[in-house]
Design a protein around this ligand. Sequence first.
Ligand SMILES: Nc1ncnc2c1ncn2[C@@H]1O[C@H](COP(=O)(O)OP(=O)(O)OP(=O)(O)O)[C@@H](O)[C@H]1O
Ligand SMILES: [Mg+2]
Length: 348
Amino acid sequence: MLGESCQTKTMNNVIPITIKTEGLTKEFDGLVAVDHVTLSVREGEVFGFLGPNGAGKTTLVKMLCTILNPTSGSAKVCGYDIVRERDKVRECTGIVFQDRAIDTFLTGKENLDFHARMYHLDRRTREKRIAEVLALLDLKGKENMRISECSGGTQRRFEVARGFLTHPKVLFLDEPTLGLDVQARRDLWDYIRLLNEKEGITIILTTHYMEEADYLCHRVAIIDHGRIVAMDTPEKLKQAVGLNLISLQVAQESNARLADSLKQFDWITKIEARDGSLELSIDGGEERIPELIDFADSRGFVISSIKLYKPSLEDTFLHYYTGRTIREEEGNLKEFWKAWMRRSGGKR
Ligand SMILES: Nc1ncnc2c1ncn2[C@@H]1O[C@H](COP(=O)(O)OP(=O)(O)OP(=O)(O)O)[C@@H](O)[C@H]1O
Ligand SMILES: [Mg+2]
């Protein structure tokens, strides 16, 4: 039985709200780490907090998990108040911390068993749940290996398995794939998706990786300096930035001349020569292609190939700031976010 339920109506059905925050704020000695965050997350959603180092993602998650008390504002998780009904909140949530928090001297199974005992599960339930999570996260056969002997990806999967062991209604994943290689990261994404789709669990994840947010999240809140600067589906966030890429190829010697003459179009916002082709950032979509071909034709350029890319979040953000990553130093980040907000029409 859940606490006081808050519901949101959609056209055909009613989806309960699992997390609701109102002006949630956390200050550390005058530093505002989380600044009046108001949001709702629906049951079964994968919701992402995306933002640079120090944005306040972990602090926000820690408040929702009752590890930290807010300075002001309020939040309910599964209908329970995060301050007044802390134990109830803990019963319905699981967390995978940003920093590794698994005993590397124990085996995966010992870690899971220890966790289950902390939750006072009886022996039969423990065995059943452990078998379930091992199967769900494809860890069968690895359960008796010492954690220190497992790969980073497998270690992280054991941590997710542990977070899910008590069948929480909400699972918090703080930077679940940080430090994993590309393959391990993609594998973990698929397990996270499976958990959400098969088990219907609501997932809150924090990430630096736009691609991760794009792949996993139904909705994303972009957070910077403790404030939500944009919140929407990845698709809408991309549309708001309004950028597509056109890659076109002409004879190598014509590249520079064509690039020069394309500068007259204000809907081409950036032109880059890359590996023998021209990459154009455009406001618009496929309707620009005939226009480009006609223009090139009229100027005597022969286009040998032309492709339109709808970029991932990663492309969208980083294409404009080539060479800069979301992890770079404060100065660049400020510019990065400011420029992004300008483009997306958001207000700070
Ligand atoms: N216990 C604390 N005491 C003082 N300041 C803190 C504490 N925890 C976090 N902060 C500060 O609050 C701000 C937000 O930190 P937080 O860890 O929430 O950011 P984050 O978005 O999770 O960053 P990262 O991407 O590096 O994990 C930072 O300026 C951080 O230094
Ligand atoms: Mg963090």
